[in-house]
Design a protein. Structure first.
Length: 327
């Protein structure tokens, strides 16, 4: 898909807007997991999520190759759309973003604030994507997919930063939505010649990649009813699946309750706010705690964009459970 020189060039493009994000070893998280742990804080980007990197690289190439492009359109549950809105605004390109009805109110507001025109359509991401494809043909807009080599190239820059800061990681947990993040981690690891195991994480309520990984072929699901909207995928991308199948060690499924507990743990142990997908790697590591002893663990905190109402209703709804998460 790309070589190390291309990845380093992409790092330069991203670096014009996004400083390298921290990779911290938190003592309280280490106590919780019973082993050394490093967190890559992609919640500290200008949009609060790792996706901004892919949008910047994608728009850089698009603007160079099609300087007169009328505009872009895409579908999202939030972070992909914020990424494209942010990058498009830097290049003076109009952006239209389609989201399903009932999407995150605060992510919708953020996309509008970055200059995007927002279209609400359908009941889930798949319906929103189909609407975006229809509008792209009707209005002559450039359709930006959820998975593309330039998007992977962009987000792989966070993995390059992490692996160069912590090349001795034994295992890295990465959430899977459409697949760009974990594919970027696999590519960066392989280009640097490292042996780190990469473990994908999905929701039990949206396990399409996990089911596909187990079956060795694409498996779709009828629903994706997880509160962790960054992992709400029903139909895996075939190109992403091919990379994941070859380069990941396994895929762990976590429940919404486990994710909520991980969000609380991040807050109590690090005072960082994680969205559902961002906390899922910690949830998976806690689930596999017994097999991690003596190993150096990496966690991708992929984003912190969780609505306040969702945080209050989902994460803090059970006060006794919240107190247990601190213990």
């Amino acid at each position: 898909m790309f070589d190390l020189k291309e990845l380093e060039r992409a790092q330069g493009i991203v670096g014009q807007a996004v400083p390298p994000t921290p990779a911290h070893a938190w003592p309280l998280l280490a106590e919780r997991l019973g082993t050394g742990v490093v967190v890559k804080h992609e919640n500290h980007t200008p949009i609060g999520a790792f996706k901004v990197r892919g949008g910047l690289v994608y728009l850089d190439r698009l603007k160079r190759e099609r300087p007169n492009v009328l505009g872009i359109i895409s579908a999202t549950r939030g972070n992909h759309g914020q990424s494209l809105a942010f990058a498009a605004s830097r290049h003076g390109v109009p952006a239209v973003i389609c989201v399903p009805r009932g999407n995150s109110v605060e992510k919708n507001r953020a996309m509008k604030a970055f200059g995007a025109e927002l279209v609400e359509h359908g009941e889930d991401f798949q319906a929103a994507r189909e609407e975006a494809e229809r509008r792209a043909q009707f209005a002559g807009l450039h359709m930006v997919p959820s998975f593309h080599p330039d998007l992977v190239l962009g987000v792989a820059t966070y993995a390059l930063e992490l692996f160069r800061a912590a090349p001795d990681l034994d295992v890295l947990y990465v959430p899977i939505g459409q697949g760009s993040g974990i594919c970027g981690c696999i590519m960066a690891r392989d280009l640097l010649g490292l042996k780190t195991e990469i473990v994908g994480v999905q929701s039990t309520e949206a396990p399409s990649y996990a089911l596909s990984f187990a079956a060795g072929r694409i498996v779709t699901t009828e629903t994706s009813n997880t509160l962790a909207d960054g992992m709400a995928t029903r139909i895996p991308d075939a190109d992403a699946f091919a990379i994941i199948r070859k380069g990941a060690t396994r895929i762990v499924q976590v429940s919404d309750d486990e994710v909520a507990a991980a969000i609380r743990a991040y807050w109590t142990d690090t005072h960082n706010l994680a969205e559902g997908a961002g906390a899922a790697p910690l949830a998976a590591a806690l689930q596999e705690k017994s097999r991690l002893q003596g190993r150096r663990v990496g966690l991708v905190l992929s984003g912190g964009n969780i609505d306040f109402d969702l945080f209050r209703k989902w994460v803090m709804a059970d006060a006794p459970m919240a107190r247990m998460a601190v213990a």
